[in-house]
Every structure is written in C-alpha cells, then in structure tokens.
Design a protein around this ligand. Sequence first.
Ligand SMILES: [Fe+2]
Length: 200
Amino acid sequence: MPKTSRREVLKAAAGLSALAAIVRGSRAAQAQPLRPTPSCPGSSPPTERQTEGPYFKPDSPLRASLLEPGMTGTKIVVTGMVLSTACQPIARALIDVWHADDHGDYDNAGFRLRGHQFTDDQGRYRLETIVPGIYVGRTRHFHVKVQAPSRSVLTTQLYFPGEAVNARDPIFSRDLVMQVSDAASGRAATFDFVLDLGRR
Ligand SMILES: [Fe+2]
C-alpha cells in the first residue's frame, strides 16, 4: 500500500474512532437524567439595595393581584423565589410592591397598584399586576420591599430588559433586570430575591 494511502487509512480510522467516542458520550449524556438549572448555585450575593423613592406608603393591602376592574395596561405575572445567600428558600417572607400605572402615575391618595404578600412554604411568590408606565426621569420599574421574618427590610427596584430609557436612568441596575417574556394574557416575568439573613 502506498504511503499516502496508508496515511489516509489511518486518518480515516482516527476519525471513526473520534466519531465513536462522540456517539458514546452522547449516549452517556442521554442516559443521565436532566437536572434543572439551579437559579442560585451554592451561594449568591444579596440582591442590590436601591432607594425607595418618594412614593412608598406603609400598610398596603394584603393581595397577590393588584389588578382591578377597568384598569388599563398590559397584564404581567411576576414569579420567583426569596432565597438566602446560601440559596435556601425563605418561607413567609414579605414582598411589598408599589408602582406607577399605565400612564406613569402613582396613586398617593389610595392603594391602587400597591399590595403585599408572603412567600409560600417553598419561598415562592406570584404577583399579578400591569406593566408600569414610564414617567419623567425614570425608566420602567417596580418598587419592592422584601423582608424575611424578623429580619431587616431590603428595599429595591426591578427593571425590564430592552427599555431604551434604561441607559439614561442613573438608578437603573443591570443586576435588577427581570427575565421577561410574552405570555398568553400579556407578559410573564421572573426574579429571585436574595436576602442577607445576617442583617437585622
Ligand atoms: Fe418609581
């Protein structure tokens, strides 16, 4: 057999061997059960604190849905968890949300688009509301206070991806952007809060 031909045969054999290894690896991967992607692998820094702004009101109503009859705007469901920095779910954590209406206005006389709820036994929350409007000087945002039982309050804000005003808002933080997608009834967003339980 000429030298070049032998080399080609060896090359082809090596290629086949590599292909077999890929197939074996692929079968091994298929044999293993898929693991869910952890949102908080091992440990996580606490969620960034931000100013509460001028429109917070205490004593908001206990309710997981801020929707009211006749309310205009795009519906959005925000879901997620409250976790410790060690990634342990925090049950019965308070989540208090307030935000502007579809026109960018806050209800400072009553409690429209204001409400609080508590995480369930698995540290989960689910909020139904509308996408806030944008007002002068700010990008689109929710205001939130989160508090583990008997611990200090985390005051922060949540943001929407892809907003042109994000880049011009001095308070905006990339770390506080929710994952947002289209849903059958409007939008769906997710965000996990991480609390430093050492703070009291
Ligand atoms: Fe605001």
